[in-house]
Ligand binder design. Structure first.
Ligand code: 5GP
Length: 245
């Protein structure tokens, strides 16, 4: 039995609760979607439940493949029990194909295949839109040690390899994604979330986005895309019990 004591943080897609066990937390996945610094807000029906199940599936798979992470178990439709880590304030972005901010920053066309995997580090600060930083910034500002960054990069490359393969089998291209890590009793653990909220997934045949870009760019059928990713990954069919508003 897990008893929630207080809210630790609330972000764009999740709420994190403390529990009576100081080493554990409960993550609650919301349907709310926010983009462009809060200028665009909406609700993707079923997103919370779908992301909870996708995270359960992917974190379990990564653990089986030797990638230590914060996930413990799914508790119910929208929440999971995780290790209560101390989040490292560096977002790690991994890119296989040009999209999003890389396209905007460099002028390279979205969809361009990169000759090698690109790893970017950003300061985790949503007020500043997570600005890019380099390794010397990270160590100079005391955000993480060189050893921690080395480990985060190794894990990011490994996660990219595992996810790319798993998604290829279900005809999804992994364009890019962001990861967050946390400290837990001297270990660095992969944390946060891996879902269509944090990754760019394109259908391999149509190259249509199956992720939060459908919401960001007003492409329509947002909830259907999330359901499709969950179904292709796990075989689970999400059933909406609510009326669309
Ligand atoms: P970009 O830098 O191109 O905007 O994003 C790269 C990848 O990181 C994309 O898969 C994008 O969805 C994810 N990402 C970037 N910033 C955020 C963020 O603030 N929240 C979430 N959930 N994902 C993000």
């Amino acid at each position: 039995m897990t008893s929630i004591t207080e809210t630790i943080t609330e972000g764009k897609g999740k709420r994190l609760y403390a529990t009576e066990n100081p080493d554990e937390a409960v993550v609650y996945y919301k349907d709310e979607a926010i983009a462009f610094h809060g200028l665009k807000r909406g609700r993707i029906i079923g997103k919370g439940e779908i992301n909870n199940r996708i995270c359960e599936y992917l974190f379990t798979l990564l653990k089986q493949q030797g990638v230590p992470n914060h996930f413990l178990r799914r508790l119910d439709e929208r929440s999971s029990l995780v290790k209560r880590v101390d989040i490292i304030p560096v977002v790690v972005k991994v890119r296989n194909i040009v999209a999003g901010s890389l396209a905007r920053r460099t002028g390279y066309a979205a969809g361009t295949h990169l000759r090698n995997t690109v790893i970017e580090y950003c300061l985790k600060d949503s007020e500043l839109d997570d600005p890019l930083v380099n390794l010397t910034h990270i160590t100079a500002m005391g955000l993480a040690t060189a050893d921690e960054i080395g480990l985060m990069e190794q894990v990011a490359v490994r996660v990219n390899g595992i996810l790319t393969e798993v998604l290829r089998e279900i005809s999804i291209e992994l364009i890019d994604f962001k990861l967050e890590f946390g400290r837990f009793h001297g270990e660095v653990l992969l944390s946060d979330e891996i879902s269509p909220d944090t990754c760019r997934f394109w259908d391999a045949s149509t190259h249509e986005p199956l992720d939060i870009d459908r919401f960001r760019l007003d492409l329509g059928d947002v909830a259907d895309a999330y359901q499709d990713v969950l179904h292709r990954l796990t075989g689970y069919v999400y059933k909406n019990t609510e009326e669309e508003t």
